[in-house]
Write a protein that binds this ligand. Sequence first.
Ligand SMILES: [Zn+2]
Length: 235
Amino acid sequence: MLKGKKWIAFLTMFLFVAALTFLSRENGSAKRQEVWSNTMVDSGYEDEAPYKGKIALTFDDGPSPVCTPQLLDGLKKRDVKVTFFVTGQNVESYPDIVKRASDEGHLIGNHTFHHVQLTAANTEEFKTEIVSTNEIIQEVTGKETSFIRPPYGSWDKKYEKELNMFPVLWDVDPLDWCSTNVDKIVRNVLSHTKENSIILMHDSYDSTVTAALQIVDILQAEGYEFVTVDEILFD
Ligand SMILES: [Zn+2]
């Protein structure tokens, strides 16, 4: 009987030691797993695209009551700042949207009050269109603007100093206002954008909002930084 009890005690001890050994091995394996996954995370950072430079998304003709808030939501999620060239009459209609865009860090620029072709206007109209838009932007946002996107890119340099306005043109134009094909708009922008590009879009279309957010996701992953136009023009 005694011999049997000793044998049972020995077997119990053996099983105990075996269990301890097994557990410590499991623990070691868990540690290796942890080290491996940390290495994977680290190498993930190393694989990140190198910095490719600044680019600016600009949106003309807004704000639009439905599309602009959707765009603002998407930009906020991605922590991306853009530039809106608004018409005075749309600021008058949708002041809260312009205030929101400005408060969220986007740059608000002038696109004339009634979307006029400035070079076809007489001197008085030219100035009134710009000054009245500046005034309503300042009234709504509390900030002065000195950036203008002249409609149709038509600008007369002789008023630049007097009005203290800086014209902002563009180098990438995907013609988003004449196509609802999101892929086509995205492809167009991707194939023309380079460092310091200024991209022209219009925040009045669902397709533009979808395309713009896809463009942000793709170009950010490629290493581009989205900034407001002042950071490109005065850097
Ligand atoms: Zn326009």
